[in-house]
Ligand binder design. Structure first.
Ligand code: G3H
Ligand code: ZN
Length: 283
């Protein structure tokens, strides 16, 4: 069955690893992530953005996630990624999501706290975990686009009070990563991670995990990051594989002949991230 993300916290903290959130884009992504997690004996989080939900359909999404969780034999959380309103959160919970992110980072600080609190109250009442966000993460993800100049790092004292008041289960803070592919290397502000992690009772979430060097990921985990989101690298692996196959065989018409290899490519990326995050052999 699908589990809330709170199921991962204790073990991840004790053994100093992070659980990966890999975003669903279609059936092949779901299968690839599930197989990688099952083979690596790792807990995993399915991230579903509002854009992906529109594309796949809420009912299909929940149905395939449930089948995946039954097959996997490892704990899987079905998590709304960057939920933008109380309404979409409630819609997902009713449909069967085990976890939600409410991203109120675009609201003024006090308003973010007020709205996030409301989500926590409703979600916790039915055993669903909640991730909140503070600071503004740059880059592009689906309909969410933040100009580099508008990206803003989280202020540690604000992040700490945000957690104290909302009691979210996971706190996403902007620390210098960005959604999408990086133009250069991201400059991660480890001091922010450290300061916030020391003062709150929840793991920190690192968004924009694609393109972050392995050493930076390891350091972030050692300082208190307990969840890392990856989407773009999987999309690149998928699309590059399909592009190569169609370039080599312009007459190919069977979708399975390129979607199958694309699924394998995604699986290998996920497997590599799971090992990097240290969540393999934990179940
Ligand atoms: O919420 C999803 C992630 O933050 C994904 O970021 O596409 O840069 O890996 P990414
Ligand atoms: Zn994100």
């Amino acid at each position: 069955p699908l589990v809330p993300m709170t199921a991962f916290i204790e073990d991840a903290k004790k053994n100093k690893y992070a659980v990966g959130q890999f975003n669903l884009n279609n059936l092949e992504f779901t299968q690839a992530i599930t197989e990688a997690a099952a083979e690596e004996k790792s807990p995993v989080i399915f991230g579903v953005s509002e854009g992906a939900m529109k594309y796949m359909g809420l009912d299909y999404t929940v149905a395939i996630a449930k089948v995946a969780a039954e097959r996997a034999g490892v704990p899987i959380a079905l998590h709304l990624d960057h939920g933008s309103s109380f309404d979409v959160v409630m819609k997902c919970i009713r449909a069967g999501f085990s976890s939600v992110m409410f991203d109120g980072s675009h609201y003024p600080y006090e308003e973010n706290i007020r709205l996030t609190k409301k989500v926590v109250e409703a979600a916790h009442a039915v055993g669903v975990s909640v991730e909140g966000e503070l600071g503004t993460i740059g880059g592009v993800e689906d309909d969410l686009s933040v100009d580099e100049k508008d990206a803003a790092l989280a202020k540690p004292e604000e992040a700490i009070r945000f957690w104290e008041e909302t009691k979210v289960d996971y706190v996403a803070i902007a620390v210098g990563t960005a959604h999408g592919m990086y133009k250069g290397e991201p400059k991660i502000h480890y001091d922010i991670i450290e300061e916030v992690a020391k003062n709150i009772g929840a793991p920190i979430v690192l968004h924009g995990g694609s393109g972050v060097p392995d050493e930076a990921i390891k350091k972030a985990i050692s300082l208190g990051v307990g969840k890392i989101n990856v989407n773009t690298e999987n999309q690149v692996a998928c699309t590059q594989t399909i592009r190569d196959i169609l370039n080599a065989k312009p007459n190919e018409i069977d979708p399975r002949k390129y979607l199958g290899p694309a699924r394998e490519a995604i699986k290998e990326v996920v497997r590599g991230k799971i090992r990097l995050f240290g969540s393999n052999n934990r179940v």
